[in-house]
Design a protein around this ligand. Structure first.
Ligand code: PMP
Length: 430
């Protein structure tokens, strides 16, 4: 049945759809951290719709509020609703560092890209700046502004010209750059400083520095200590708003509400999406310091700036994470998973690095010469699929196995999934 649906999708759907080539299943039902396909096979879901389902598939506590809301009404543009005000208050409660108590939110449409666009517009509006600084390896989305700050050409070269005056500065990626961690940080900060002091490419007055505190699509690149603090200092010294893109890394994924908290650094502007809609409702938000709240009414417009059902679901999901202490759970289970992966890498020169924070996990595979081995990551993904575990990949070369399970994943399920993943690694890459 799955095959028939996939074939039909290939025939009638847009060729732009990333039809499930890597994970060829058609979903019938999801519960917690498992999904069942239309053929009755059950899988452990270790990618959660690319880090969306933090509180699990069909979380009943969240769905209860969703049903209550859909029975009343579903859409209102910007009119006040309890759903909207509750989520604004919740986001302030969990905002990082100095944003807490000073946090403004502008809700966006369904995609993370929307929140990125709003963050760019807010930076421009406040600074009158003419360009942006982003980082190599970054992924920020598929709309024009978001593509402009995305680094990988593959996503954007057919769509130029995009925003002019975007500079991509190095992101510290010690393994990929063949550098020691401190050396990679020093290099990244020197380059950023040089760009700020002597902007090139027409970038005279940056409107923002946008950075993922942990790069997701780039390969779960977890920057060494000192990088984000250094970026924060340079942004402050040069009066440029600092934007953290927490679309993938936020809302508990890393074992903190926001990945920036691991580094004790607070941005001026921050994006959120993916898990924000609770159980997969499309919703995005740009959070920012109230000192930047200079927009006049209607200066950033949109019909779906905050979907009522998504907002209800989002507040409930945050409550659920709080009540079940899922941040601590994500930290502990993440350690367990990384330890198992590292053990699998002992004596295996092809598993070059296991990294990440909380349940935001990457394992990088290389060939005998140390070059990216996307074929190994592919083979592992296939093996896992055949043995009932859904995993994802990342990185420019697709050679990083990426795990983003729901935060509700239990220890038992994690052990079962890791038995399979470790077998996959041993079978295909050792
Ligand atoms: N920023 C980051 C860090 C992301 O990981 C993504 C999606 N993978 C986006 C932005 C874009 O979000 P969306 O696909 O919902 O537009």
């Amino acid at each position: 049945k799955s095959r028939a649906l996939i074939e039909k999708q290939q025939n009638i759907d847009s060729s732009a759809v990333a039809y499930p080539e890597d994970i060829p299943i058609a979903f019938e039902e999801g519960k917690g951290a498992t999904v069942r396909d239309v053929d009755g096979n059950t899988f452990i879901d270790m990618f959660a719709g690319i880090g969306v389902l933090n509180v699990g598939h069909a979380n009943p506590y969240v769905l209860e509020a969703v049903h209550e809301q859909t029975d009343k009404f579903v859409h209102t543009v910007d009119f006040p609703t309890e759903a909207r005000l509750d989520l604004i208050e919740k986001l302030d409660e969990i905002a990082p560092g100095a944003l807490q108590g000073n946090n403004k939110v502008v809700f966006g449409g369904p995609t993370g890209s929307d929140a990125v666009e709003a963050s760019i517009k807010l930076g421009k509006y406040n600074t009158g700046g003419d360009g942006l600084i982003a980082f190599r390896g970054a992924y920020h989305g598929a709309t024009s502004g978001a593509m402009s700050v995305t680094s990988n050409k593959k996503f954007k070269e057919a769509y130029t010209p995009l925003l002019p005056d975007v500079v991509h500065s190095p992101y510290p990626y010690p393994l990929g750059q063949d550098k020691a961690p401190q050396e990679a940080v020093d290099h990244a900060l020197e380059e950023l400083q040089a760009t700020l002091e002597d902007p090139y490419g027409g970038l005279a007055n940056p409107a923002g520095i946008i950075v993922e505190p942990i790069q997701g699509e780039g390969g779960v690149i977890t920057p060494p200590e000192g990088f984000l603090k250094g970026v924060r200092d340079l942004a402050t010294d040069n009066d440029v708003p600092l934007i953290f893109d927490e679309i993938q890394s936020g809302l508990g994924r890393s074992g903190q509400w926001w990945a920036s908290e691991w580094y004790d650094v607070t941005p001026d502007i921050m994006t959120s999406a993916k898990a924000l809609g609770g159980v997969g409702f499309p919703l995005s938000a740009t959070m920012y310091d109230e000192s930047l709240d200079t927009w006049g009414s209607g200066d950033h417009a949109g019909t779906y700036r905050g979907h009522v059902v998504g907002m209800r679901a989002g507040t409930r999901a945050i409550e659920y994470i709080q009540e079940h202490d899922l941040l601590a759970h994500a930290r502990e289970l993440g350690e367990y998973i990384r330890t198992r992966l590292k053990e699998a890498g002992d004596g295996n020169p092809h598993l070059a690095e296991v990294r990440g924070k909380g349940l935001f996990i990457g394992a990088e595979f290389v060939d005998d010469d140390g070059n990216p081995a996307d074929d190994m990551a592919d083979a592992i993904q296939d093996y896992c699929f055949e043995h009932g575990v859904l995993v994802w990949k990342a990185g420019r070369h697709g050679n990083i196995l990426r795990l983003l399970p729901p935060l509700v994943l239990t220890q038992d399920l994690a052990e079962t999934a890791l038995d399979v993943i470790v077998d996959a690694i041993e079978t295909t890459s050792a």
